[in-house]
Design a binder for this molecule. Sequence first.
Ligand SMILES: O=P(O)(O)OC[C@H]1O[C@](O)(CO)[C@@H](O)[C@@H]1O
Length: 439
Amino acid sequence: MPLKQTIDTCFDVEVGETGLTRAEFEAVLARTEPVLVWLREARETGALPLLSLPAKTADLAGIREAADWLADGSTDVLVLGTGGSSLGGQTLAQVAGWHLPVSGDFRPAPRLHFLDNLDPHGLAEALAVLPLATTRAIVVSKSGGTGETLMQTMALLAAYEDAGLKGAIGERLLGLSEPAVSGKLNKLRKLLEPFGVRFHDHDPGVGGRFAALTNVGLIPAALVGLDVAAVRAGAARALAPVRDKAAPGAVPSAVGAALAVAYAEARGITQNVLLAYGDRTERLTRWYVQLWAESLGKQGRGMTPIPAVGPVDQHSQLQLFLDGPADKLFTVVTTDVADKGPRIDPALAAEAGQAEFGGRTVGDFVASQQRATVETLARNARPVRVLHASALDAERIGELMMHFMLETIIAAHLIGVDAFDQPAVEEGKVLARTYLEGM
Ligand SMILES: O=P(O)(O)OC[C@H]1O[C@](O)(CO)[C@@H](O)[C@@H]1O
């Protein structure tokens, strides 16, 4: 079953005066019309390569081959890379069971590790415990110049050398970066190619945070057995209403973008909580944070993404969400979990004084919580939309990610910023380099 978006609990009739009026929403929704025309044309002309990805199949064999090469005889596979060079892969891999509490630790070899944060202690400890002779890595950097990734890579190269494996680095590492362009230095290629490391090309027309559906996200996904063709098929579903010239009200991503922008403009509500239920969606919330924050936060404009996972964050953030400032728009991602998971023994439930648990499954409880949280938010005058998937599988995650990417691009157009750059972060990078030189 495809993704279902429900926005009824976003309006004044349901949430009181914090809520938008239908007229306020419709006015912004109407402004998505030219954006949808632009998107449709960009898909047809290929001007926005992201939009060609859902229908693309020619590269899938190469993606599966790369994943098989990384896995072959390996106990461990590292993904070095940060931001958009890592989070999309993490999000997809988690749907296949990577990084789930407990069961994620018991997955069959190879173990998959994403090293996306540069931490001196963590990296040293990782390099000390990894069985390097059976460890492969894929190094992902669109630009080839990200300091964190270069440093991790150099540290790994030195560790291989110390382990007497220098001669076989080409058999252990794979690179993924923009194609070499004459006259333009790609530091990662310059560093790794002399070791005989092969490179896959990062599509130069797809920015890192929009790259989950390219080899960047799909190689790690394939490595843990996710059906990468199904991910693309799901993405195609999210794109279909744009392609098919549906009216804005029938394009879920346009509706979502219009809601967020209408709340920002008409109510000053610029905080967007993504509360996703289930361990398999935890990385999705982190991927969404980069997408929404880095794409929209510029020129004094933007909206602040807040990640939350259910039900666990009911026990940390929900108090604030319900009873703190009414300054947030909520998106709750739910799935059909009723009847799923362990079933509770009625005798134990009665013994514990929790008779209503008896005969119910864990999923029954979570399903009730999903419903109760949405309703409680609305009753407390918090606007909330629901994105519901019957199950979070390869196809649905592809649909969900494409939905959010389209929503982000449309929102960027509505607020008048470029979704695809991130100029402000450069200043700190330059300064950090200066400080490093002075050490
Ligand atoms: O893939 P790269 O070029 O290493 O960049 C990693 C990340 O760094 C950023 O450029 C921000 O510094 C992100 O936009 C990007 O996803």
